[in-house]
Design a protein around this ligand. Structure first.
Ligand code: PMV
Length: 305
């Protein structure tokens, strides 16, 4: 069968990768979290199709979850998902805690709002991206999508407008990929079950994480790297106690500290994914990377002032 696509209007959107510096999981329970966007991200293009019979599925590049999420957002935006072919270009590893689903959700929301002939202010993008993120993750805090907007370091608290964070000095971070793909939804549910089972222990751990984030925030504002490193180390210990770390992540955290990091912890949902390590400056981050000797499985990112 001959397939004829006649390309007409096209609409594009972009979403950035993200890095949670501190506060993952506790943020689901109303605590503060802090993170930023990555310079790598995902670009998406929708092309209006004039189709002939026997056409291929225009969403064939998406897996079933992504397709369901995209269709829900399209309906919400008043766009017929079958009218558009979709292409994606991404430099984000999938399932490594670097926010590939949020980047996709934000990019698709921006493109869909454009296709609907509407403006795409951040609040509207976040509302639509939230529809998609709920398909991916169940009950996400919404933090990943805020970072995927690409507006720099933010302080996030569920239900409150995100606040801009201005670090006292740039933060040089090494991101280390564990290579295993966790499911955020599974990890969030694991913590939820823990809370149901033992409210007092889990409640104390979540409170402790919340306090550490506030200490970390103060340290970031003052540019006190030693203090921030200590808060990150303690945040990792709390995440471990919450049951979201793994022996492989603990080993990477240890390895990063041995390589000279001022602090190291898992980032994101845990159960696999990535670890972040704080360096004193860009050159120091380079030295840590060299000692880790993990090639493309580690990279540097700078959280700017
Ligand atoms: O797994 P990630 O990188 O998408 O991180 C999710 C962060 C959590 O706090 C665990 C969940 C959430 O919705 O905030």
């Amino acid at each position: 069968m001959v397939e004829v696509f006649l390309f007409m209007a096209s609409f594009s959107g972009r979403g950035q990768g993200k890095l949670i510096l501190m506060g993952e999981h506790a943020v689901v329970y109303g605590k503060h979290a802090v993170g930023t966007h990555l310079s790598r991200g995902l670009s998406l293009r929708l092309r209006a199709l004039k189709r002939a019979p026997g056409r291929l599925d225009p969403l064939r590049s998406l897996d079933s979850k992504a397709r369901e999420a995209y269709r829900s957002a399209a309906r919400e935006a008043g766009v017929d998902p079958d009218r558009y072919g979709l292409t994606i270009a991404s430099r984000l590893p999938v399932g490594q805690g670097l926010g590939s689903s949020a980047a996709f959700s934000v990019a698709a929301s921006r493109a869909l709002l454009a296709a609907a002939g509407r403006g795409a202010p951040d609040a509207e993008v976040l509302r639509l991206a939230g529809v998609m993120e709920r398909v991916f993750h169940g009950t996400p805090s919404g933090m990943d999508a805020v970072m995927a907007l690409g507006r720099g370091p933010v302080i996030f608290r569920k239900g409150a407008p995100p606040e801009r964070l201005v670090p006292g000095r740039p933060l040089a971070l090494v991101v280390i990929l564990s290579g295993t793909s966790p499911s955020t939804r599974t990890m969030v549910e694991k913590v939820r079950r823990g809370c149901d089972r033992d409210r007092s222990t889990y409640g104390s751990l979540i409170d402790a994480a919340g306090d550490l984030v506030l200490q970390g925030l103060e340290a970031i504002r003052r540019g006190s790297l030693a203090e921030l490193g200590r808060a990150m180390n303690e945040n990792h210990a709390v995440l471990r106690a919450l049951g979201v770390s793994t022996p492989a992540l603990d080993r990477l955290v240890e390895k990063a500290r041995t390589a000279g990091a001022l602090g190291a912890k898992l980032t994101g949902g845990g159960g696999g994914g990535a670890v972040i390590a704080l360096a004193s400056a860009r050159a120091h981050a380079g030295e840590i990377r060299k000692k880790l000797n993990m090639g493309k499985n580690s990279f540097m990112t700078i959280m700017r002032v």
